[in-house]
Design a protein around this ligand. Structure first.
Ligand code: GTR
Length: 404
């Protein structure tokens, strides 16, 4: 078999990958996936304000007491897996401090956050810069870094727009990041070697959490640390994630209402994009490529999105009334910009329980015209799947609006 396909075949695959990358379509995005709007077909979204018992939710109190917990549970059971809440101990150890970095404008503080349960422990390493001149606690942007640790280089020998710390500091905010591998290695064969070590029982359950759950859990432990850090205003933390990290930021904000702003960049399938729309990445595709991200139960919905008891507009709604910012990029059709924008629109009824919601355009806004408003923001960036300076500049604008 191998012989028959041989070198020519391998060359073909490589050529295909190179061409895909050059054209901005991510590898694997082509075969069997729909990119034709006319083939999306019709679908019916579950109503966030219709309780399972048929009751219509008409006020914020009933949403919070009845429907919100119900939806959270559905997402746990069918999509992301349970979120363990207890552990034996948590400790914060400063591993490095350096004042007056970035030409005197920022102080570096690195912290090892160690959490123990049942005789095992896991350590999340946090890198953080705080504005040197700030008097009193500052709001902080926390990035869930799903890419290289070089993006968050504490020495600033490498500067990356994935985490443009200088830009955030200049705006007067703190900026922090942890790398997902500390919480769960992003591989199907090793994801257990992190937070899951503390909760081995989750591995036995069809609704047990996996990597994305572990990353979200880690974001909450960073929040535990922020609550103990005098220089951070833990009530004003914006959580940022890109792609798989953006799926995680939404799930973390749904679980943990201490996060003040939820930012989900290019998060696509099982992030901010509607699952029922047949466009770009599908549930089957994501479960096959990344079997270690979601609960095993989620695999039941491969090719059966319409049977899901939830859809992703409901995940956005779980952040209400806190501000949510979702984004797309023009050359990232895999993440379905239209399906993402529609999810944001369909989350509006829940936000309206708390107050007025801005008049968002009814169709996908044009590239390069960000829509920054409370509580819902959106932009479509010109370019490919990535987290860039442009994205951050607009996230900062939302923080300026919300944190004033
Ligand atoms: C892709 C995956 C997406 C997204 C992306 C990323 O391969 O299909 O759902 O998570 O990776 O995280 O960059």
């Amino acid at each position: 078999m191998l012989k028959k396909t041989g070198m020519a075949h391998r060359f073909g695959i490589r050529l295909f990958i190179i061409l895909s990358v050059l054209s901005g379509i991510r590898p694997g995005a082509v075969s069997g996936q729909n990119y034709d709007e006319s083939k999306v077909g019709s679908y019916t979204l579950p109503d966030p304000l219709l309780g399972r018992d048929g009751r219509v939710i008409a006020d914020a109190r009933t949403w919070e007491q009845v429907r919100r917990p119900e939806l959270l549970k559905l997402f746990e059971e069918h999509v992301y897996g349970r979120m363990p809440k207890t552990f034996d101990r948590i400790g914060f150890r400063t591993t490095r401090e350096a004042k007056g970095m970035m030409n005197g404008s920022a102080d570096l503080k690195e912290t090892a956050i160690t959490i123990a349960r049942g005789g095992r422990s896991v350590t999340i390493n946090l890198v953080m810069f705080l504005p040197s001149r700030a008097e009193g606690p500052v709001p902080v942007f926390l990035l869930i870094n799903n890419r290289s640790v070089r993006n968050t280089a504490p020495d600033r020998d490498t500067l990356s727009d994935f985490w443009p710390a200088e830009k955030v500091i200049a705006a007067g905010y703190g900026v922090a990041a942890f790398q997902v591998n500390d919480a769960a290695p992003d591989r199907r064969d090793t994801f257990q070697n992190g937070v899951m070590q503390l909760y081995p029982e989750e591995l036995q359950r069809p609704d047990g959490m996996k990597a994305i759950g572990s990353w979200a859990w880690a974001a909450s432990r960073v929040m535990d640390y922020f609550e103990s850090e005098k220089r951070v205003d833990a009530r004003r933390v914006a959580l940022v994630g890109h792609s798989r990290g953006g799926k995680t930021s939404l799930w973390a904000c749904a679980q943990d209402t201490r996060f003040a702003i939820c930012i989900s960049n290019n998060s696509g399938n099982t992030g901010a994009a509607l699952s029922r729309r047949n466009f770009g990445e599908t549930v089957e595709r994501i479960n096959t490529s990344f079997p270690h991200w979601f609960a095993d139960n989620y695999k039941k919905y491969n090719g059966r999105e319409s049977e899901l008891p939830v859809d992703q507009h409901m995940l956005i709604a779980l952040a209400a009334p806190r501000p949510v910012y979702v984004t797309n990029a023009t050359r990232d059709l895999w993440a379905d910009p239209t399906g993402t924008y529609l999810a944001l629109l369909h989350a509006r009824p829940v936000f309206r329980l708390y107050g007025p919601v801005p008049d968002l355009p009814e169709t996908l806004p044009a590239a390069g015209s960000p829509y920054i408003s409370l509580p819902l923001s959106y932009h479509l960036r010109e370019g490919k799947h990535n987290l860039e300076g442009y994205d951050w500049e607009n996230f900062i604008r939302l923080a300026q609006l919300h944190f004033k």
